[in-house]
Design a protein around this ligand. Sequence first.
Ligand SMILES: [Zn+2]
Length: 472
Amino acid sequence: MKKYSLAVSVMAVFLTVGSAAAQRPDTASTVTVIEGATVIDVVSGQPIRDAVIVIEGTTIRGVGRRGSVPVPANAQRINAAGKTIIPGIFCVHGHLAQTEGMERKQEFYNRQRIQRDANAYLYYGVTHMVSLGIDLEPMQGFLADQRAGKAGGARLYSGGLGFAAKDGWQPGGYQGIHRPTTVAEAREMVRKEIAGKKPDVLKVWVDDGNGQLPKLSPELYGAIIDEGHKQNVRVFAHTVKLEDAKELIRRGIDALAHSVRDQEVDAEFLKLAQDKGVTQMATMAGMEGILAYAAGATFLNDPGLPVLFPAAALRTLGSKQYQEQMAKDPNLAATRNQYQLALKNTAKIAAAGIPLALGTDSGAPGRFQGFWEHREMELLVRAGLTPMQAIQVATINGARLFRVDKQYGSLQAGKVADLIVLNADPLADITNSRKIDSVWMNGKRVDRAALGTYGAGSNGEVFNIRQASPGR
Ligand SMILES: [Zn+2]
């Protein structure tokens, strides 16, 4: 906690600097035009070359080829020739406030770390993030403030506290998740969870830890799903085995938060998922990350990481010693198999026209929030999706899953202006999604440097947990 008192005093300086910057003369016009870039239209699946985006206040007023969209005479014009613009990223499965450096503990969960992590997501252009199933009480206060415009960072959504079997799966060591033993108890717990916390989604864990643990029964998760649906709350499942995934679909699950990874998905699974309109998250970055760390991760040179994550943790993750330790893990071969199955299954699911949304399980040590979402897009392309499909998965599909696609998830007239301006074309190479020029949220350019938790070259001292971001 001591660290954060420093953060507060530095923050006061930041707010002063921020308000001076806000008084630049460009406030004379409320219309901003970004012109000359390639705009990725995720609805049509086509790029618009030499485009203009007209932004008025928080909203996109027009998008199209230069000359096809009226531009007000007094607009502030920004030349973006050579750049590519994609919508803000929508992550539907990540985690918050559980990590400090290389450690992960329930005790870490607090308001400052929720803010810190919301900032990290936004730094990388993730404008929406769904915290899936292990949120403690400070999250409700944070969400109330954020939705009232009093706290910044990526827009967060919460799965509250999820449901698992008695004596069963322990998500990240978290105590206190719901563990019903009867149908009546399961229904009552759902009603209380929804009434008390108004979660945006519910989560069930259906996982026996490779035969080691009791698993939530179909009867119980069926009741949880049914009770959630009665109150218009969708239910997502953590599950990894094909037969469990099928039964969850039969019982009405809305989305699968992980790839099936015990075997290849079969025709019955694909038909069930199609008929029931289930969304799949591939969530491959965690598995691939373990393999990458064991081989010496090449992605640790991303310039955003030292700004957002402590130097000591980055040194550890990049060390020979850590690599050797990871390479010796007896589970490594199993992880490699599961990852290969996830790649295959993701390709099959995409080919069957079953919607995928971007899930990453970011938030544990070494699973960097914000950056991990870009890595997952890379893995979707490795699985066989086109870069355009990967961008659709990461944007409009998440907005559709959360039924906010009328406002978010695409760059169209009438939508909220949340976008990422890239210095290179992600359709040519999906890893270009990380070459970020600027992030815009609610029609305003985000001050990314001010979202950093650590100063560049700070040797890991916290310098800022900014409470508010531009445009909120
Ligand atoms: Zn998760």
